[in-house]
Design a protein around this ligand. Structure first.
Ligand code: GLU
Length: 506
């Protein structure tokens, strides 16, 4: 690659970050890091009417959670700042004026009311090559009038003058050759009446000024591409233009259309990276983070929604993704989202990351659930025991809280139907034996348990489930003797005694 690789994620902060948005971040990041380049975060907030409190901070927090730190951003600065378009307002006008003076754009003085009237008369009214001559703009008004209106600061916008019936072509890194006819595109506003650029002007000017080498974004931006290509051609010459890639959509599980926030609510899975609470409606959209995903799993799952390395491998660390990622292997077609598969990734990552010592996350989840953790060595052993049974982080609460506090309820109804005096005696003997056991270890406990069962002519299987229920409260959990070892002698005996009393009372 001849040019230094510089890519950007350029979100408009209007709400939570959808899976697709985070995947765009990820592909940008992986590509940049693969080539030793820079990953830039640019906040595209020129549309003041769409301002949403908290949305910008949400983007920083999401990137932080995912571990995809930008090299340059509004938070960390860089040599090409500012990185927030609202702070770059004064930069853009000169480019729009340059286009006007070269005849590639024009001033338009139509008021909002005039445009609305037009829209009422002509449904789907478009300000374009066939309608611009009947509107109030610098192409139709006398030059003296235009001059006077500008001097008098009459409200106006600057619009691009789309050429008629020209072909605009470019090579997309994912889709190959793409071409548009300019006649399909209207005269987009470039500079608004408040002096702010629109997205179209700002994105091109900033990609140029920030020396962006590759621009990757969601497929939904493809219709805007012809405007951007023309602006590049007019302002900076096509040879300086970044290489484009429009990334395929993430589809609903049945493949029918783009996955939306509403599909998540409907089908019961998160669609946003982190919880998002709409500041206006207070409505919450669930996030992968809070539902209990590990960032490694989230990233891994997203990377494979639209890319693979050509092998059967599915579990990749961020470092491996950086090494293996290539734009050539990004699929053209949309990728169906599958929540069960997403959970599978999390399960795999829970096992993997716990083995690598990442137990602090679990400690926090347990503490947040009100459990008191004062022995970290014990906690680590418990995690090892139960991690295979956990798909989401909160599963650790369900799977291990009985280690930290006596179960609130004991499912005696699951023991009761097959309970008899013989079993009662078995447990009394078992407690006696446990009391005097030398080594409180798995094999010793099991040996003792089996010997007493044999002597009592009871099948070990018939008393194993009751013992489990006595210790954990219900029919779940890892190996019974592993549980007893961690609970310790005193607590084990206490729980057996408690259940025997409950059974007696029934
Ligand atoms: N500001 C656009 C957005 O909100 C970015 C599109 C682009 O990357 O060019 O997604």
């Amino acid at each position: 690659m001849s040019k230094k690789v510089r890519v950007r994620f350029a979100p408009s902060p209007t709400g939570g970050l959808h899976l697709g948005g985070v995947r765009t971040v990820l592909y940008n990041y992986l590509f940049a890091k693969h080539y030793g380049g820079d990953f830039i975060l640019r906040i595209e907030d020129t549309d003041q009417t769409r301002f949403v409190a908290g949305a910008e901070q949400y983007i920083y927090d999401t990137l932080d959670w995912c571990g995809l730190e930008p090299d340059e951003s509004p938070e960390h600065g860089g040599n090409f700042g500012p990185y927030k378009q609202s702070e770059r307002k004064t930069i853009y006008r000169k480019y729009a004026e340059q286009l006007v003076s070269e005849g590639k754009a024009y001033y338009a003085f139509d008021t909002t009311e005039e445009l609305e009237t037009k829209r009422k008369i002509i449904p789907n009214f478009q300000y374009n090559i066939s309608s611009r001559h009947e509107m109030k703009n610098s192409l139709t008004l006398d030059q003296d009038i235009v001059k006077r209106l500008l001097e008098e600061n009459e409200g106006h916008v600057i619009r691009i003058k789309m050429p008629g019936n020209e072909e605009v072509k470019f090579t997309d890194m994912v889709r190959g050759e793409v071409s548009f006819s300019t006649s399909q595109v209207d005269d987009k506003v470039l500079l608004k009446a408040d002096g702010m650029p629109t997205y179209h002007l700002a994105v091109v000017v900033d990609d140029y000024l920030m020396q962006i080498s590759h621009a990757f974004r969601g497929e939904e931006w493809l219709p805007s591409a012809p405007v951007h290509i023309l602006l590049w051609q007019y302002l900076f010459g096509l040879e300086n233009m970044p290489q484009w890639a429009h990334l395929p959509l993430i589809l609903k599980p049945d493949g029918n259309g783009k996955l939306s926030k509403r599909d998540g609510d409907r089908l019961g899975f998160p669609v946003f990276a982190m919880d998002w609470i709409d500041p206006k409606t207070n409505e919450k959209t669930a996030g992968f983070k809070e539902i209990g995903f590990l960032p490694q799993a989230f990233i891994n799952m997203l990377a494979l929604l639209g890319w693979n390395d050509g092998s059967e491998q599915e579990i990749f660390s961020l470092q491996e993704l950086i090494e293996k990622f290539s734009m050539e292997r990004v699929h053209k077609g949309g990728a169906k989202f599958n929540y069960d598969k997403a959970k599978w990734f999390n399960h795999e990552w829970i096992k993997k990351s716990m083995a690598e010592g990442e137990w602090l996350l679990v400690k926090k989840v347990l503490q947040d659930a009100g459990l008191e953790i004062n022995n970290e060595e014990k906690l680590k052993k418990i995690i090892e025991l139960v991690k295979d049974r956990c798909t989401l982080l909160p599963d650790f609460v369900q799977q291990s809280s009985f280690f930290f506090k006596t179960p609130e309820t004991i499912d005696v109804t699951a023991i009761q139907p097959k309970w008899d005096e013989k079993k009662n005696l078995f447990f009394i003997e078992l407690m006696n034996a446990f009391e005097f056991i030398n080594q409180w270890q798995h094999d010793d406990l099991e040996k003792e348990f089996k010997e007493i069962a044999a002597a009592s002519q009871i099948k070990p299987g018939d008393v194993l489930l009751p013992l489990r229920i006595m210790l954990v409260g219900g029919k779940f959990g890892p190996g019974v003797f592993d549980i007893a070892v961690i609970l310790g002698k005193e607590e084990t005996i206490k729980r057996i005694t408690r259940t025997l009393q409950l059974l007696e009372a029934v």
